[in-house]
Ligand binder design. Structure first.
Ligand code: ADP
Ligand code: ZN
Length: 724
């Protein structure tokens, strides 16, 4: 199977030693390509469940086959990973080649050499610098890099880099992570509380057994879930085996990484999409060699070639960020369970607010449920209150109610920190002409352009489109008629600066926290109390631990409830509970204030009462009768084409060919909420089935009936979690 190709191709070979998993050079048209020798179709079929099996390959005339050029002398793809590739392909209906390409990110024919990486020496402001040196520091702010990579990125000679090192502007990044069991300078792990110890023992036992078992580890924020699952990781290291920990926002998880490093005396192997190629290759080789290690990564780390996997952990298992929405569309959490099952090792799903899917698996007896009941060391859960915005609205043109503003003032006066959460980047989500009512939209998407005042641009959050902020209305040409509507975090920042004079603000969004280095600096500033108030998007929800933070204000708690998403309420509760969980994590108690126009909504009530399980029981009761997930299954078909007519025609053809039968139903076609995306016109259909009906064979048959024109495309999303 040459990579970047869709499916398995046949070749002949004279090499009797060639086995599945080997990498080979093969002819493809006039080119030479790298491929991976795949298992025979019967072998592939035998290791898949019957309803996922691939259709049999077309027979090829052996005389037309071309020979393999040669075997590449490098370790092959382990069988467990080939098996996983087949499974993911069969489950998601993505071509095997596309999945294999993910498993080969980081593959290289020759093992890479170790190189020294350099990072910014201190987050402080360096003295006045030459332009060239400034460029170097800017480049290094992204992530630690080799001298060569830094010189390339900054566009300077390597002499400039050496000078920066001499001047102590750059320092060597902690050496390449490796497993050590001889570290004697490692601080002893904390003594667990009695209830933590009970859970830790259960997790260690599960690791000891080395057989498949799925465990839900639930506990409120700050209850010590991380502490406890690190015990399981330690047990796995004691067995000299490999562990995989998936985190939803690993690129910024500097706190997690330093905590790990402090506890174990060596760094984990970090894996995510913004790592450089050299780093990727080293991790790939390390994992392939079977040496004991801990990989902490984004969902794509599932496709690393573990040869001695002993444990899989999915932290924040409820996070939608585990769903990959492009290319191979798969759910990292679900595929993690599968990966563990194939490797016959335990998998631990960790959350303060588990997904309904996982809770249903617990109920059905498929997953074991372990619960940490309280916050560690008697820290209280924050006091959560809903601020009814109908009763105490903010002043005209403002977004923070008087109650929230005075709570901020009081918190800061006590020398504590506050955080304002609004899940919206930029200045305002909509810009409107007061004269003619024109709304500034993306020319390529059904979406408003979002003003980013700091960058002086209007930006589409769905494609790359951006333009300068216009000075007159593009429609009626009126001047000074364009007004921002609604708040983004930049606008809230402006309001805070106006209302709370002298406050030191730190903004945390994907625009400001662009790298692990930026995150590291932000965390340091917060810990040193060089910051009074944090304003952030959903990035602030992720496992941060800010000891002095006691107040969390949610600017628009209703934001996520809009739109027809079946999980809107569940997600709102999960996200806001997680954000609120940042408050009062140490001795001083925390407060969470939710600005809402819907104080009676079940999601708000659940947040205030902090009775998550009661809320989830209601959610289950709402979804069960209609066979919505997890009580039935969904598969989405997203049709797109260059013209609306072409999209409609294909959607209609799909609808006409739709499968019929007991327990299944096709909803749509309907225009997608993003009717136009990157210039393509989109329609959606949704297949909903009872549990126990295999959707993949239905979909295969259904899709086979269609002939697509060159501008038309159908994307299949099994178990969709977003419906844009
Ligand atoms: P969670 O993952 O549930 O949010 P953590 O494991 O991050 O919880 O623990 C919250 C905080 O409490 C962390 O700072 C952690 O170091 C501390 N902590 C938890 N358990 C203990 C313990 N047994 N002894 C000392 N500190 C602990
Ligand atoms: Zn756009």
């Amino acid at each position: 199977m040459p990579r970047r190709l869709q499916s398995v191709l046949a070749y002949t070979t004279h090499d009797p030693d060639l086995v599945p998993g080997d990498f080979v050079a093969v002819p493809l048209g006039k080119r030479e390509e790298i491929g991976c020798v795949w298992d025979e179709a019967e072998v592939v079929a035998a290791r898949l469940p019957a309803d996922l099996a691939f259709p049999p390959p077309k027979p090829v005339d052996p005389s037309r086959l071309r020979p393999v050029f040669r075997r590449i002398d490098a370790p092959g793809l382990p069988e467990t990973l080939r098996c996983f590739v087949d499974w993911v392909s069969a489950y998601t209906l993505a071509p095997q080649g596309m999945v294999l390409a993910m498993a080969m990110r980081g593959w290289t024919p020759a093992p890479p050499k170790a190189v020294r990486l350099w990072r910014l020496a201190s987050p402080g402001h360096p003295p006045k610098l030459t332009a060239a040196r400034q460029k170097v520091l800017d480049a290094a702010a992204a992530r630690p890099m080799s001298i060569k990579a830094l010189a390339e990125k900054a566009g300077v000679s390597s002499a400039v880099i050496s000078a920066c090192i001499k001047l102590n502007l750059l320092e060597a990044a902690p050496s390449e992570p490796a497993f050590r069991d001889d570290a004697d300078d490692v601080p002893r792990p904390p003594t667990l509380s009695a209830s933590q110890e009970v859970i830790a023992r259960a997790l260690r036992d599960a690791v000891q057994k080395q057989q498949f078992e799925a465990i839900l580890l639930e506990g409120v924020t700050g209850s010590g879930k991380t502490e406890v699952y690190l015990e399981a990781v330690q047990e796995c290291l004691a067995l000299k085996r490999q562990s995989l920990v998936l985190l939803p926002e690993i690129a910024l998880s500097t706190q997690w990484i330093s905590r790990f490093t402090r506890r174990f005396g060596f760094a984990p192997l970090v894996w995510h999409s913004s790592m450089g190629d050299g780093h990727r290759r080293r991790v790939w080789q390390h994992v392939r060699n079977g040496a004991p290690c801990v990989v902490v990564g984004a969902r794509s780390a599932l496709f690393l070639p573990f040869t001695d996997l002993g444990l899989v952990i999915v932290d924040e298992e409820h996070e939608p960020a585990f769903k990959q929405e492009e290319g191979v569309i798969y759910h990292g959490r679900d595929m993690a369970v599968l990966r563990a099952r194939q490797a016959a090792v335990p998998v631990m799903l960790v959350s303060a607010t588990p997904s309904l899917e996982t809770l249903a698996n617990v109920q059905a007896g498929r997953y074991r449920h372990l619960v940490l009941p309280d916050r560690h060391a008697g820290a209280a859960l924050p006091d959560v209150r809903a601020l009814d915005m109908r009763l105490a609205p903010p002043s005209r043109g403002q977004f923070l109610s008087p109650t929230l503003l005075s709570a901020c003032r009081e918190t800061l006066a006590r020398g504590e920190q506050a955080m304002l959460f609004l899940n919206r980047r930029g200045y305002a989500p909509l810009t409107l002409c007061r004269q003619c009512g024109h709304r500034i939209e993306c020319p390529k998407c059904t979406a408003w352009l979002v003003e980013h005042r700091a960058q002086r641009r209007m930006v589409c959050h769905h494609c790359e489109y951006a333009m300068p902020i216009p000075t007159q209305c593009p429609s009626c040409a009126a001047t000074e008629s364009l007004v921002p509507v609604g708040p983004g975090i930049e606008r809230v920042t402006e309001e805070v600066q106006r209302e709370l004079a002298g406050v030191r603000i730190l903004v945390m969004s994907s625009d400001s926290l662009v790298s692990a280095e930026a995150a590291r600096i932000a965390v340091t500033q917060i810990a040193r109390q060089e910051v009074d108030l944090i304003i952030g998007t959903q990035l602030v929800a992720k496992g941060w631990h800010f000891p002095h933070l006691t107040l969390v204000g949610v600017v628009d708690a209703d934001l996520g409830l809009n739109g027809g998403d079946l999980r809107a309420a569940e997600r709102t509760v999960q996200l806001l509970q997680q954000v609120g969980g940042r408050a009062g994590r140490e001795a001083r108690p925390g407060t969470v204030l939710l600005q809402t126009y819907l104080p009676d909504h079940p999601a708000m009530k659940a947040l205030v009462s902090q009775d998550f399980h009661h809320f989830m029981a209601q959610e289950a009761a709402n979804r069960r009768p209609g066979f919505w997930p997890p009580f039935g299954r969904l598969a989405a078909l997203i049709v797109s084409a260059e013209t609306p007519e072409s999209a409609d025609a294909l959607a209609r053809a799909l609808s006409d060919a739709a499968p019929k039968g007991e327990g299944l139903e096709v909803l749509g076609p309907a225009p997608a909420p993003l009717t136009k995306l990157r210039g393509r016109h989109r329609r959606r259909l949704l297949l909903r089935t009872r549990k126990g009906i295999a959707v993949q064979p239905l979909l295969r048959l259904w899709l086979q009936k269609l002939r697509l024109k060159s501008d038309q495309k159908i994307v299949v999303d099994i178990d969709p979690v977003s419906f844009f």
